[in-house]
Design a protein around this ligand. Structure first.
Ligand SMILES: C[S@@+](CC[C@H](N)C(=O)[O-])C[C@H]1O[C@@H](n2cnc3c(N)ncnc32)[C@H](O)[C@@H]1O
Length: 251
């Protein structure tokens, strides 16, 4: 995982800024009941999405492990809300304390044991009838697009990457095991997330993520295929991300 303390200063501007955050928040709000009074945004990061989940009647609490990210989230969540340091697998909240828990762009970053523990923690802190909302299949959204880059990267992932930790079906199973039933999905455009072929080749050459464990000769071949595409400096269309919601047994 990236060092988010170092990433904090450039995070918002390199992840689509307020436009991406607004689209993400709107998708979450489609899935969170209107009367949700306390929402816990786990892995809130800089709080750029979290602050858009607030309403005059709703308190948003952000939790994140990275102090650098939290320093930016705190002013955004001040007033009725707060941003606190904590781990998704050991949330600093009482059982049954919140109406909704969100995980935006977290579950794809951690291994399956952490996903299972985080989902169980969400179930613990939710009141009966409360909802957990999470992004799923985050990385495959980048390559789900019908583009030349998408086709190369989709095939490369299938060949070389381990199964994603935030696969929708696996998250659904883990949620069901702790009493969280699937309750719906929404989608949003990851504004600013579409990348150029050159940028993808650079990421692979820098051994980002699964490329680190792959055969370097195979990675070099894939990079050459990306670098042979036309319009090397033209960003391909922004991906469309999926968020899924799960309701805790209760009513
Ligand atoms: C990609 S950022 C997402 C931030 C924010 N949710 C957003 O959509 O902009 C991932 C965040 O997860 C945090 N994180 C990673 N592992 C965590 C854990 N186990 N518990 C809490 N936060 C974690 C990182 O510090 C980072 O701020």
């Amino acid at each position: 995982m990236l060092d988010y303390d170092l990433e904090a200063a450039r995070y918002d501007q390199t992840r689509g800024g307020v436009e991406r955050a607004r689209a993400a928040a709107d998708a979450v709000l489609e899935l969170v009941p209107k009367d949700c009074a306390v929402l816990l945004d786990v892995a809130c990061g800089t709080g750029i999405v979290s602050e858009l989940l607030r309403t005059p009647d709703r308190t948003v609490i952000g939790v994140d492990m990275a102090a650098g990210m939290l320093a930016l989230a705190r002013p955004r969540l001040g007033g009725t809300g707060r941003a606190v340091r904590g781990d998704a697998t050991r949330l600093p909240l009482a059982s049954g304390a919140v109406d909704a828990v969100t995980f935006m762009w977290l579950l794809h970053l951690v291994d399956e044991a952490v996903v299972a523990a985080a989902v169980a923690e969400a179930a613990r802190v939710l009141r009966p009838g409360g909802v957990m909302v999470t992004t799923v299949d985050k990385d495959s959204a980048q390559f789900g697009m019908n583009t030349d880059v998408g086709a190369i990267m989709r095939a490369a992932r299938q060949e070389l990457a381990p199964p994603a930790s935030d696969q929708a079906e696996r998250v659904r199973e883990l949620a069901a095991a702790v009493g969280l039933e699937a309750a719906g999905t929404a989608r949003y455009v990851g504004h600013g997330q579409g990348q150029t072929p050159k940028a993808w080749a650079r990421r692979l050459r820098e051994q980002a993520g699964w490329a680190r464990r792959a055969d370097p000769a195979r990675i070099a071949e894939i990079c050459r295929a990306l670098e042979a595409l036309p319009e090397q400096d033209v960003r391909r269309p922004d991906p469309e991300y999926v968020v899924a919601s799960f309701r805790l047994d209760g009513h």
